[in-house]
Design a protein around this ligand. Structure first.
Ligand SMILES: Cc1cc2nc3c(=O)[nH]c(=O)nc-3n(C[C@H](O)[C@H](O)[C@H](O)COP(=O)(O)O)c2cc1C
Length: 187
């Protein structure tokens, strides 16, 4: 099984990227293949207005990682009570309607403040639902994320965050296997 992990911002050295890498290692240790899409790696040429009509070929690896996956886990930071604009732009560049359709999807929200990006997760769930993704209803939110990440960004400082992420991964993997057997006819 292939799980694609999206680090949902193009901010350099982001906490989302660090947590996405922690999750990547955990998923790989469980035996599944992982593709990591860190939006910081999107070339700047993609962010021009031309990309809507004629998407540059540099987007192909990003599209490919979404097209050929068995599940998508998005790490989403809270930006102004929502999710980053770069993440919406990324979704808007994906081929319509097939990209997210039928794809099991789940979210990890992170924030500096106390709300843990819950609004961002819920807003993003609406977008994924619109695009016919198969929602896994469980998510993890990590408020005050700067107090939870180790200084090197390679692990969590607290066991609770570590366990919650472990449990989400395990349940989501099971959900992806279950979803693969569902026959859904899209109208
Ligand atoms: C543009 C911007 C807007 C932000 N807005 C919020 C916010 O509304 N609530 C909050 O708790 N933190 C907010 N933060 C802090 C981020 O949620 C926090 O720094 C998080 O770790 C950033 O994730 P990143 O490192 O992946 O960019 C904001 C940060 C940025 C850069």
């Amino acid at each position: 099984m292939i799980i694609t992990i999206i680090a949902g911002t193009n901010r350099k050295n982001s906490n989302s990227g660090k947590i996405a890498r922690i999750i990547k290692e955990k998923v790989e240790n469980s035996g599944d293949e992982v593709k990591l899409l860190d939006l910081v790696d999107m070339p700047s040429e993609l962010f021009g207005p031309e990309s809507y009509g004629d998407t540059p070929t540099s987007f192909a690896p990003f599209q490919d990682a979404i097209t050929h996956t068995d599940g998508i886990l998005t790490v989403v930071p809270e930006y102004n009570g929502s999710y980053p604009g770069a993440l919406k732009f990324f979704i808007d560049l994906l081929k319509f309607p097939e990209s997210l359709q039928g794809k099991p999807s789940c979210f990890v929200g992170i924030s500096a403040g106390v709300f843990g990006s819950l609004r961002s997760v819920e807003q993003l769930q609406m977008v994924f639902q619109y695009r016919n993704a198969i929602q896994f209803n469980q998510y993890v939110i990590l408020p005050k994320v700067n107090e939870k990440l180790a200084a090197d960004g390679l692990s969590f400082l607290d066991d609770a965050s570590d366990t919650r992420i472990d449990n989400l991964i395990r349940s989501f993997q099971s959900f992806c296997c279950y979803s693969a057997k569902a026959e859904i006819i899209y109208q």
